[in-house]
Write a protein that binds this ligand. Sequence first.
Ligand code: SF4
Length: 524
Amino acid sequence: MQEKMTIQKNSSSNQKAKKRAASVPYLTCGTQKALETIPSEEDGEPPPVFITTENINISNIPKDPEEAEPPGKPGVNPECNAGIEGKDHLAVESLVVTEPDIGLLKQKTYALIGASKNSDNFRSRFFPWCTRSEWDDWKWQLKNRVTNIKQLGRLINLSEDERESLNSGNGSLPFAITPYYASLLDRDDPMHPIRRCVVPVTSEQKRSFGESDDPLGEESQSPVPGLIHRYPDRVLFLATTVCSVYCRYCTRSRIVGSHERQPFCSEHWAQAIEYIKRNPAIRDVLISGGDPLTLSNEKLEYLLASLRHIPHVELLRIGTKVPVVLPQRITLSLVKMLKKYHPLWISIHFTHPEEITPEVAEATGRLADAGIPLGSQTVLLKGINDDVRTMTELVHGLLKIRVRPYYLYQCDPISGSSHFRTSVEKGIEVIRGLRGHTSGYAVPQYVIDAPGGGGKIPVNPQYVIGREGDFLIMRNYEGLIFRYPDPGDQINRDQINPEQFNTGFESLDNEHTHLHTRLEEVIV
Ligand code: SF4
């Protein structure tokens, strides 16, 4: 790995860079020297990125106003891990990072994502004291999350069951909804899909057959706290336990929001980074949590920079629901920071088409414009998105906002999830309803995360249904049967008698060329 990621340019560029480096007072010597070798923005080059973990203490980097301490509690950063509870487990002063973002110093870009008509009406009705610019500020949204029955009862008409659940406080998973996301809930219908995802009910307190607190066996695959190493070449980095909204079916409900039980602190980060450094087979790091986009830009950048500095780490990924539940977080300065760490991919947790609002479209547009490939991860949920019509609407909406449907997850058997889980057959039915009926890009891969840590197992409708001699017998998306010439292979050999398919489809008797043509039409 090069000690710094930069581009050598001609001498006139270097002169400008030298001057520029000299004019940036907070840089330490090592970084000033590095700056002298790179082009400036005036040269038409993007701002440089240095990854030299020895040089600069992050506490020396001037803060973007957007990243300043939130009002109310000086010295306490609510979006850092456990900060919402008033503790700052990430003592970043002890961490070092280099971030000479000249562009940021020159131009403070932190334009807000504006509220849509729907959320503006909601704000006027339920948060009349909140100004429009406060509403558009992600820190205001985090600070003013709805976290108790009294607050929620002002916004929606709670059912008896919701009341009982909220009053009992028995669930292990905390309860929080951003005011923005609360604006999407139906006020009167407890079965409203988005409402069901975030408002607790008593069913989540009952453990059913096959359920456990850690169904994926993550704890047993965690070599250091906060790091899951399941596949040889990639790891899951649990950067925080904080989310802006707590989904009632969360696979990690054993840890999210539980700052005391598993506070991922700076020491844990250091251990995890060190582990990755010592394992050259790791080429892909997925940063998740909790939700890493609840971290401040500074802390997130520290992590990205530290990981990008590791020579064998090729790919960085972030898993988040923030663009959906807190789109205001996708500020220009966040995006500007993220784009320095390419190749960086983001997987966004979407659940229902009603989540695709103008604010969310603006947020994903900003990320996509920064060259960050976006994929969606969706959990199949009973009565919420487990029908072809809803899923089609969701995947079409995602493509329109430049998010590629990536995974459709079978809901994990987490304790208290039986009211959310569907049969696997239902998932196959949903995929069958998509494949061939819409663009291939719109069809996610349906997977089951194997209990106990077996990893993701793809589940697909059966399209190859047998063999007849040198032909594979296949069914297309319309249910039509085709023979494909495949003399060399043994797949399903002897397993099929075409007579059993009383299809009457003339294609069975057609020439191979015709079969090819039809198959090309089918496999889009
Ligand atoms: S945002 Fe993700 S990690 Fe957080 S509660 Fe929802 S599913 Fe769990």
